[in-house]
Design a protein around this ligand. Sequence first.
Ligand code: GLU
Length: 487
Amino acid sequence: MDGFRKIRVRMAPSPTGPLHFGTARTALFNWLFARAQGGDFVLRIEDTDIERSSPEYEKDIINGLKWFGLDWDEGPDVGGNYGPYRQSERLEIYEKYLQKLIDENKSYYCFCSKEQLELDRQAMLAQGLAPKYSGRCRNLSKEESEKRIANGEKAVIRFKTPGIEVEFIDLIRGKLKFDATLIGDIVIARNLRSPLFIFSGAVDDFEMKITHVIRGEDHISNTPKQVLIQRALGFDEVKYAHLPLILAPNRTKLSKRYLETSLNDYRKQGYLPEAMFNFLALLGWHPKDEQEIFSAEELIKEFDLKRIQKAGAIFDINKLEWLNGQYIKKIKPVDLAGKLTEFVPSEWLNNKELFIRAVAVEKERMKKLTDFKELADFFFELPDYKAELLIWPRPKEIEKINKEKTLNNLKLLLEEISKIFKADFNAANLEKAIIPLTEVWGRGELLWPLRAGLSGKEISPGPFEIMEVLGKEETLRRLKIAIEKLE
Ligand code: GLU
């Protein structure tokens, strides 16, 4: 509760592109605040810019938010008491308020052409003034404006910005003051049926009984304008919280490449929704202690607007990778295998048991789901490698190990491994059988060619783990191939 009002927050994306990283973070902070306070979380689609908005982007935004675990109490897809939740379906509401402002002489039609506006702008700049609207149409009489509109003349609707100092409380930054005389009369609608988001958003925050607006710092200059519009319409005050900008590790503005990467791209790169969720929550907010891994429930319990920082939040992709790796480690192989199916060639799924065993072995090494394909390819098909790979690239001080010796060692291994029953063919038993041999024949001398022959790769998991995954038959087949390569 906020006084007598139930806490209500909203996420208000414009569907003019896919769901981006920054938008996802804003949604998450609103969600956490609502869930922590027992409030409502509303999804409102701000699609009044019909040329740039599209239903596909709306779908992408909704799917993206759901993918990483958010849900909402009201929205275009779930309904609610304050709908409709798409601004394009609420035009008569905005029209009513636009008309009210015009009738009360708090807004007016502006007929200035683009060229005229540009000339005015240049003139102000030439005088060393910060450009704003000249106010040319501010005092046109209502009769004249209406006649010109009736004659089909093009006009926009401007808000009569009062020349005062606007103050509002930002829950993160404290009291903020803006000199509204610098703002000038802003355009709030292209016509009665075509409001700009600055206006429709202010109206909807009131109509939808929103108590707190939590959004990115990039909106901070819109806030005094919206506060003035709300006051002009006699609306209740809304509380604001502006989230810090997201910065690159060198504290410069994060390049669009990262920030504007859609959440879906991260999904395709093999990030888990839980990791993404955790990572985004720490982007500008910090817990009481040093804990870094949080479930959604833990975050709801801990979340407090007071611990949102003012300074820019550093976007560290290495941290995201690390977190993702931590989450991958926690998943059971069989469940992880299920998540990996879309990231591997379909033939790999023919032998389900082999697939799950390979997942169990590679799990610890994976940072992203996409890593598996490169890490585990050799389990499914032995790469065509050169015979030299089998010879241990030993440290210089050790006596030269040559082709013959490697060949003999591989033959010895083939013999020993053949003796192990299929039922006992696991990493522990294999290790028990082979380690004693290394005491006589040398560790690197035996284990290197064994591992290289099994994987066909310079780098791979250890030989015992690989053998357990491959099973006896395939292990022996690969050892024979290695021997043939050296013969
Ligand atoms: N539609 C605006 C945007 O996507 C929302 C601004 C707000 O949260 O008030 O940037």
